[in-house]
Write a protein of this length. Structure first.
Ligand code: TXA
Ligand code: MG
Length: 359
């Protein structure tokens, strides 16, 4: 299949003509990748089981891993769900449109092919103007997982999508690099106490301010013990993973004062040097502040330590770059786990397969 690439020049002034061909592909059951504020999504009609099958095939994704249905306005939620619990209403009001996905009991309209056989459905209303307009023009809810091959880091540019999806889908809409860079926060509002199933840019602190009590699925916090199933089926897969062995160096206690950061940098440098001396290609994930501390290895700054937003924004691009550079080992600094740091550390720890050296 030939994949068409449509470039949107001015994202703040999108003309419907620029998106009408893509909307038609979606209505007719085809697949279109498009930017959202979090990562690029691989869209298909969420009410069409055959479209869902095509999404799983294009990604090489196990089909028990459910898809998120994307909507363009609040009115489009009701037909997809059995009820909207109070917590859901409050979160919609506070954070939609935006990087928040909520799990609701599903209505009969949503096929099991989209929800991986579950009686719940994940719904998100993206804030990105291209995503929002495209969904509205398609006139149907759009199932959209991240537009990467299953197991690879999520795409944050149209080039990343092209690398994984060229020849496998009808169309890619190129709206430039995304803003946030990590996937949406997922909150299950179908349970009595709302639970975070995946951390993202709507942080625990922000959720607590609106809801008071929020729990966190244990699968987010560390490697899964046998027999424990994460509530978001996707969190059980080795995910976000670069091809090389990634090791995360983490200070004990994670206060990240000056001393701890220095010790962490020293350990990353030592570990990298050991592997360099053995002739391996070694990648180092550091920050703007520490980049000059590493004399050996392929050194890439992931952003500024004082700006969590910059780190989230660059995270997947750096992992993909190390794939392209064919490094054997990657050593990475770690980050505080407050605010957006929880999402950053969740993705980095999973990318490392929880291979963590504590200093
Ligand atoms: O930011 C995002 O959410 C991006 C953009 C494209 O919107 N999408 C995304 O989709 O990250 P995906 O498919 O890569 O991740 C969806 C996650 C998976 O971990 C899946 O298991 C979980 O959501 N999920 C979907 N439906 C669910 C449900 N009914 N119950 C629990 N978890 C669900
Ligand atoms: Mg994904």
């Amino acid at each position: 299949m030939e994949t068409k690439r449509i470039i949107i020049k001015d994202r703040e002034n999108i003309k419907d003509e620029e998106l009408s061909a893509a909307a038609q592909v979606l209505r007719e059951g085809g697949l279109v990748a498009f930017p959202t504020e979090t990562v690029y999504g691989l869209g298909g009609n969420a009410l069409d089981e055959d479209a869902a099958k095509k999404i799983y095939a294009a990604k090489g994704r196990p089909c028990d891993n459910p898809l998120i249905a994307h909507i363009s306005c609040a009115e489009e939620l009701e037909p997809l769900v059995k009820e909207i619990p109070e917590a859901g209403r409050r979160l919609m009001e506070a954070f939609w449109p935006g990087p928040l996905t909520m799990i609701f009991p599903k209505s009969s309209k949503v096929p099991y092919g989209t929800t991986g056989g579950l009686d719940t459905v994940a719904v998100r209303m993206p804030d990105d103007p291209i995503a929002n307009r495209l969904i509205a023009l398609a006139g149907v809810p759009i199932a959209a997982p991240s537009a990467n091959t299953s197991g690879r880091p999520s795409p944050t540019t149209a080039d990343h999508v092209w690398q994984d999806m060229n020849g496998r889908i009808e169309m890619i809409i190129d709206g430039g690099p995304v803003g946030i860079g990590v996937e949406s926060t997922i909150v299950d509002v179908s349970s009595p106490v709302p639970a975070v199933l995946r951390p993202g840019a709507i942080t625990m602190e922000m959720l607590r301010e609106v809801l008071g009590e929020v729990t966190i699925d244990p699968a987010i916090l560390g490697p899964m013990s046998p027999g424990v199933r994460p509530k978001a089926p996707g969190m059980k897969y080795k995910h976000y993973a670069p091809k090389a062995d990634l090791t995360l160096v983490e200070p004990e206690g994670m206060a990240m004062d000056q001393d701890q950061v220095m010790r962490m940098v020293e350990t990353v440098r030592k570990l990298a040097e050991e592997k360099c001396s053995l002739g391996f290609r070694v990648g180092i994930i550091c920050t703007d502040e520490s980049a000059s501390e590493y004399p050996r290895g392929l050194v890439r700054s992931i952003g500024a330590r004082r700006s969590q937003a910059s780190v989230a924004h660059n995270l997947y691009a750096v992992l993909r770059e190390f794939d392209d550079l064919k490094v054997d080992f990657i050593f990475s600094e770690s980050f505080t786990e407050d605010h957006l740091g929880q999402a950053i550390m969740n993705r980095l720890s999973k990318a490392a397969g929880y291979r963590i050296v504590r200093v």
